[in-house]
Ligand binder design. Structure first.
Ligand SMILES: [Zn+2]
Length: 372
């Protein structure tokens, strides 16, 4: 089958072109399989050029990917996206890990190659973090506890979503843990979502850094790390928590939704940044226990740092918490619309040019504002 016909078949039948097309040549470096950026750009129909000595751009009319040489912090459509493995240079060429190509780039630039999209979400599971004896992070100077604000945002978001016709289930509606046994509190939250047949799971949190750091601020959204990759924030601590490992020899259920976890994280991070005008500290991956057992796509959201007095002051206002809830609701709407766009009716699909991006070009071309 010619490549053009192959692409058309992918659009028509939702086949995974990444799997159907011949695999990219792989170069093993250490324990990681890498693919050449030039091959990736060709496969995804992106123009490629070095924009500085240390930065490679891959772009088309709808998307712009900026990859660092030998780093993890990429920029995709104006947003910071952490790769699971550092990029590498060999012989003047840039390489990125095969997992990053398949589980980060394809979902964000060519999601139509990520396989058939899940059903349009109807049942949303909200997980206000912590509760009861688990206060979460705290700001003792301002007498703030994370658990107070996660439940407030959760209840605000439930109201918004129910008014839009979604069915909402919550892991807690009052000041209590989900389970009094700390070891199972987190996995039971995802099991609850599974039992309720949730189509989407949003875990709501607020961030903090240990004292004496009061400066760190911003918004980050996490999805569960693809198998073999370590948590974004583990590199500084030099703790390799990649799987399989002794504790988790089997693949995580969440990994079945790697593509859609990333799509969801991206649209939600985009809405949060646009609405809150907070600093973009990145879309990241982590082995959060609360996400691990999910059968549906899910993310963990850290909208702001309550250890930063200025951001904590904003979190303390109902108006800001309402903005967070509205941004999350908008993210869920965007996600739903994106899934719909990946399920075009057959006649419409046949008339579309093959391998064009399905992500809303409007969204893709609008980088979020950053604080001055
Ligand atoms: Zn938390």
């Amino acid at each position: 089958m010619s490549r053009a016909l192959l692409r058309l078949a992918c659009v028509l039948f939702g086949a995974s072109c990444a799997q159907a097309a011949s695999p990219l040549a792989v170069l093993r470096m250490g324990r990681v399989d890498y693919v050449r950026a030039t091959d990736v750009a060709e496969r995804l129909n992106l123009r490629l050029r070095w924009i500085s000595a240390h930065q490679l751009e891959m772009a088309d009319s709808a998307h712009r990917v900026e990859l660092p040489s030998e780093g993890r912090a990429a920029t995709i459509d104006g947003m910071v996206v952490y790769l699971g493995n550092p990029t590498a240079t060999r012989g003047g060429g840039l390489f990125l890990s095969k997992v990053d190509y398949e589980r980060r780039l394809i979902p964000l630039v060519r999601p139509q190659l990520g396989g058939p999209p899940p059903a349009r979400p109807r049942i949303i599971a909200l997980d206000p973090g912590h509760g009861g004896s688990d206060h979460g992070t705290e700001n003792p100077r301002l007498h703030m506890m994370e658990k107070t604000f996660t439940i407030d945002v959760g209840l605000r978001l439930r109201k918004l979503l129910e008014s839009e016709g979604y069915q909402v289930v919550m892991t807690r509606t009052g000041d209590s843990r989900f389970s009094n046994y700390p070891l199972v509190d987190l996995p039971m939250r995802s099991q609850f979502a599974n039992l309720k047949h949730a189509d989407l799971f949003i875990s709501i949190h607020f961030n903090a850094t240990p004292p004496p750091d009061k400066r760190t601020r911003g918004t980050e959204v996490f999805s569960f790390a693809p198998r073999s990759q370590r948590s974004s924030d583990s590199w500084g601590r030099n703790e390799d928590d990649s799987e399989p490992n002794q504790q988790y020899p089997e693949p995580a259920p969440a990994n079945r939704n790697d593509t859609w976890n990333v799509v969801l994280a991206n649209v939600v991070q985009h809405e949060l940044l646009h609405t809150l005008h907070t600093e973009d500290i990145g879309e990241k991956i982590a082995h959060w226990l609360v996400l691990r057992g999910l059968n549906c796509p899910g993310i963990l959201v850290e909208s702001a740092f309550i250890s930063n007095d200025e951001e904590a002051g904003r979190v303390a206002t109902p108006a800001f918490r309402q903005q967070i809830a509205e941004a999350l609701a908008a993210g869920i709407r965007d996600y739903s619309a994106e899934l719909d766009s990946l399920r075009p009716s057959l006649p419409a699909a046949a008339s579309q040019p093959a391998a064009q991006p399905s992500v809303s070009p409007q969204r893709a071309l609008m980088p979020p504002q950053r604080p001055s």
